[in-house]
Every structure is written in C-alpha cells, then in structure tokens.
Design a protein around this ligand. Sequence first.
Ligand SMILES: *[C@@H]1O[C@H](CO)[C@@H](O)[C@H](O)[C@H]1NC(C)=O
Ligand SMILES: *[C@@H]1O[C@H](CO)[C@@H](O)[C@H](O)[C@H]1NC(C)=O
Length: 338
Amino acid sequence: ISIKIVSIIQLWVTVTHKTISEELSKTVLLPCLFTLRQGASSSTEPPRIKWTKVWGQRGSDGLQKEQSVLVAKDNVVKKAFQGRVALPGYNENRYNASLALTGLRSSDSGLYRCEVVVGINDEQDTVPLEVTGVVFHYRAPHDRYALTFDDAKRVCVENSAVIADPGQLQATFADGYDNCDAGWLSDQSVRYPIQSPRPGCYGDREDSPGVRNYGNRSPDELFDVYCFAKQLRGDVFHTSVPEKLNLATASTHCHSLGAQLATVGQLYLAWQAGLDQCDPGWLADGSVRYPINVPRKNCGGDEPGVRTVYSNPNRTGFPDTTALFDAFCFGGKIKYFI
Ligand SMILES: *[C@@H]1O[C@H](CO)[C@@H](O)[C@H](O)[C@H]1NC(C)=O
Ligand SMILES: *[C@@H]1O[C@H](CO)[C@@H](O)[C@H](O)[C@H]1NC(C)=O
C-alpha cells in the first residue's frame, strides 16, 4: 500500500525564482502554489505548509540561518514574524500556499522557503524578496526646525525623494531607527522614532520605545522632515583630489567625470546598497556627509548610517561652501531590462 501511495502522490511546486521587489511598508505576496499530479487523489490528509526565512552566509556546518515564518495544517495556522504574515488563498484552496507579508521592513529582504508536505512527500522551493527604499531625516541648511510643511515636501523632492508617510517611518523604526528630531510626514503630522527613551526625547510616550507623535500640525509650524527615497537609477561614487574640493570645485569635478554631485536621497540609497566610505564629501544640497556600513572608530559611532557634518556642535548648519572635503558624485545609467 505504501508503495502505491508514493507512486500516485507527486507534488508540483510552482514558484517564480525571479526576485520579487516591493517598497518599504507595503504588502507583498510571495507565490507558492502546488498541485497534485493528474490522477492523484486529494482524499488524503490535508497538506502541511511551512514557510521559513533563510539568510546569511553558510557556516562551517554548511547551514544558513533560518527563521520560522508560518506553519499551517488544515485550519491551524501558526504565525511568527510579529503576526505580519497570512495565507490569503489558503481558505479557498488548501494547495495555495502563497504568503502575504505586510508592513515590509528592509530587514525582511532575503530568501523565503516554501515547503509542502503531503503524507511522506515533501517538496520545497525558494522565493527571493527585496524590500526597496530608505527613510532619512533631513534638516534645513541653516538651522534645526526651520521647515514649514511646504518646505518639507520641497526639500525631499530636491533630494531625489518624497516626504515619508507614517507607515514608512514605522517600518524603519521596527528595524531599529532612532532619531530625536521631530519631522514632518506626508499626513501633515510630526513624529520621530525613539528606541531608547531619554531626557528631551520622551515625547508623548514617556519611557516606552516607539514613534513619538505630535499629531497634526499647522503647516506654518517649523520642524525637520523625514523623506523617503525609492530607487537609485545610477551609481553614486566617492571622488577626491589631493588638494581637496570646495562646494563649487566639487561640482565641477563631478561634471568633469560625466556625473553630478549626488543628492542626499541618492547617497542614502547607495549606503543601503552597501557603500562605505569614511571620508566626508560634498553633496548637491551643499551638505557634507559620508556613508558607513561597517561601524569603526573615527567613523562616527557604533551604528551603521549616513553621517552628516554640521558646522555647529548643536548639529546645525551645513559647512561653509569654501571648506575643503571630498565629493560624492552621481552618474545616471540607462538600464535595459530584458
Ligand atoms: C492563491 O492565492 C493568492 C492570494 O489570495 C491569489 O492571488 C492567487 O490567485 C491564488 N492562486 C490560485 C491559483 O488559486
Ligand atoms: C545652534 O548653533 C547656532 C550657532 O551657534 C545657532 O545659530 C543656532 O540657533 C543653534 N540652534 C539651536 C537649535 O540651538
């Protein structure tokens, strides 16, 4: 009997191997559908479905890190992943294992393994997921809290971004973002993300971690802003000359390389893609910043991030345009998608 069952139950897993891209804070559907081979009886026990996230380098044991995402068998669905997962097609069809993941975070990027078990048959496949976009804090050139709501929207656009929405800030907070500067968001609210509450940063939540919310504000009030940069369409690169560059010569230098000074949004996207350069450089808005992925001494602190060079100890004021630094240039590329 057992031999007969093995021969009639064959699972066919249909998944796409192309990387699925979705923006920060949105919902993605990772497809996983399997069918029984023609002629196979579906009267056997319901299939068991298991989703696992797999990431990192293979260790000495040849294994990667794994995290359980969801397990389902018939009407019992066990979810990990902060409850952000569901099987929307499963109620209708027990063989539809497609996984919905909501409130996407950058750290959700990775490989997802879908496993289906019927009887003693076991099939699996993987779906790569890439979460795109980055949230960054932006302060006016001359002072802290100097942007009206209209200014806030404009400076984001000038830096290859848009004003962030509350969901995007929340998703970034969930990945560890901490910044004690109240900034405009697209719904005209003013918020900031705090991991470790401290004097001056309690906001409306006292000493529990969370995104602080000042609520909806009059558009004339002055704050910083949180921007969201979606996608890098080209390359950001660091450049230097022996005598260093002021803002004007930095711009000319980028042009001589067939490029232009990068915007803040472009630098953040390049940082997210792995750029690491412990040398402050001019950007198009007249600010001076540098991207750090591997935190180290003398490169601005213990956390990865884009560092900003301010002219005042209270973290305000872009450097004088005659000050000498390197530069970050941006060269657009025409990409052909086949
Ligand atoms: C599987 O479920 C997903 C999510 O509800 C749905 O979009 C898709 O059409 C379903 N596929 C099939 C073949 O039922
Ligand atoms: C920071 O310092 C500069 C120069 O001393 C001053 O003009 C500015 O008002 C200060 N900003 C804040 C928020 O204290």
